[in-house]
Design a protein around this ligand. Structure first.
Ligand SMILES: *[C@@H]1O[C@H](CO)[C@@H](O)[C@H](O)[C@H]1NC(C)=O
Ligand SMILES: *[C@@H]1O[C@H](CO)[C@@H](O)[C@H](O)[C@H]1NC(C)=O
Ligand SMILES: *[C@@H]1O[C@H](CO)[C@@H](O)[C@H](O)[C@H]1NC(C)=O
Length: 398
């Protein structure tokens, strides 16, 4: 044993190791009954104070109660040199951070490193109270690998009377160039100009799974979601219900965005155009195994595709949607659009001369292994309409 002890004392690399073992991760705590003194190994009162006490690897446990006031909001650990820690509430519905309409809950960036936040509720964020970059009233993540689990974000307000394309987006969650992992998030009862639930920008590649988006209103475009620029954000097993926007009750995209929407359901969306989805810009959104149901567009379609988009659709079901004007299911201005292995069922428009399932007017519509059933009006051509002449209409194995 003796030679080993001597090595430890004289070898700087091993000394470093030895120090690391001594600096073990600690549990800090925040409780309604705590006080902001000491190092939070006995309960403190506010999250800001606890974050200032932590070292990398520490865990902050937050108890039951509603935590409000200026030391429980507008938190930015990276700016304090704090990184690589976790925050865990007692239970999602019992540990509540109330932002009191005075800004956002938390900003996380690359400097904050590997963060895990779980089991808490955030409510009453307001973008208009932010000094600049008025996006993300719940969380704003920039170049962040954060993990968010079992978080409920509700009653966010990211609305503004003017249309500023890059502001007042992402009521609950604003993701820029991030690689975050979000699981079992619920974002509900919120309003924003664009994407009252989530907005994604830059080269975002975050993954959002098993999450619920309900009763979200996008006053300008994108009720639940806005995806922009080069976002390749993925949404797996998510449900979007009762969301509204003028353009895209569930999702509006733009730029070169190519999000993946897989195994998701859009239910009871409403819009002027696109009660579930409004495709815009040079986006190429990927839809796999998605159900679009029970939507209503005051003008046209559950899925509204402007001329320059190139979305892909595989195994989608467009069912029981209504619209007042052109078409209930899909309105496409795209030069060639392919639906693979998809179903169009019981989509209805009241007026004659309109189409139940699909209306395409700028070229090819390719249907591979598709089913049409119960769409109306039932007059000839009322299911699928091609509104310009001389254009290609292929129906393969329909
Ligand atoms: C956080 O972790 C990352 C990656 O493990 C590391 O590069 C960084 O230095 C850590 N930051 C701090 C403040 O400990
Ligand atoms: C098609 O999507 C539905 C959900 O919309 C899913 O239940 C089914 O498994 C998918 N089929 C294939 C072959 O992926
Ligand atoms: C069809 O949609 C309407 C309006 O959203 C709804 O009331 C009705 O229950 C839906 N029908 C089915 C079979 O889901």
């Amino acid at each position: 044993m003796r030679p080993k002890v001597a090595t430890l004392v004289f070898h700087p690399a091993l000394l470093g190791c030895f120090w690391f073992i001594l600096a073990a991760a600690r549990d800090l705590s925040v409780e309604i009954t705590g006080t902001d003194t000491g190092d939070c190994t006995t309960p403190c009162r506010t999250l800001d104070y606890a974050i200032r006490q932590l070292s990398s690897g520490d865990r902050i446990k937050v108890g039951v109660g509603t935590f409000a006031g200026s030391s429980n909001r507008n938190l930015s650990p990276g700016d304090l040199g704090k990184a690589n820690f976790s925050i865990e509430g007692y239970q999602t519905d019992l540990t509540i951070f109330d932002v009191e309409r005075a800004g956002r809950f938390m900003y996380l960036d690359a400097a904050a490193g590997d963060i895990l936040i779980q089991k808490l509720t955030v409510r009453n964020g307001a973008c208009s109270a932010l000094p600049d970059d008025r996006n993300g009233a719940g969380f704003k993540l920039v170049q962040s690998p954060a993990k968010l689990r079992d978080i409920h974000i509700r009653d966010m307000d990211c609305s503004f009377e003017e249309t500023l394309p890059r502001e007042f987006n992402g009521g609950g969650l604003y993701l820029v160039d991030s690689m975050a992992s979000v699981q079992r998030m619920r974002i509900t009862d919120s309003v924003g100009n664009h994407g009252a639930g989530v907005a994604t920008w830059g080269a975002d590649v975050s993954i959002i799974e098993d999450s619920i988006f309900e009763r979200l209103q996008g006053l300008k475009w994108g009720g639940a979601l806005l995806t922009e620029e080069n976002s390749h954000t993925e949404f797996h097993r998510c449900r979007f219900s009762h969301c509204y926007s003028t353009y895209g009750g569930g999702l509006d995209d733009g730029g070169l965005a190519s999000p993946l929407i897989a195994d998701c359901v859009f239910d009871h969306g409403t819009a002027l155009h696109g009660s579930a989805y409004y495709g815009y810009g040079l986006s190429s959104t990927r839809f796999r195994n998605v159900i679009f149901q029970n939507g209503h567009a005051s003008s046209s379609a559950a899925l509204y595709l402007t001329a320059t988009v190139s979305p892909s659709f595989a195994n989608i079901t467009v069912v029981n949607n209504t619209a007042n004007v052109d078409v209930a299911g899909v309105r496409s201005f795209v030069s060639s659009i392919l639906f693979k292995n998809s179903r169009f069922i019981d989509n209805r428009v009241p007026s004659s001369g309109a189409d139940g399932a699909i209306q395409a007017n700028a070229g090819g519509l390719v249907l591979e292994d598709c089913l049409f059933e119960g769409n109306g009006p039932a007059e000839p051509g009322g299911t699928v309409g091609i509104t310009e002449t001389g254009l290609k209409f292929e129906c393969l194995k329909s």
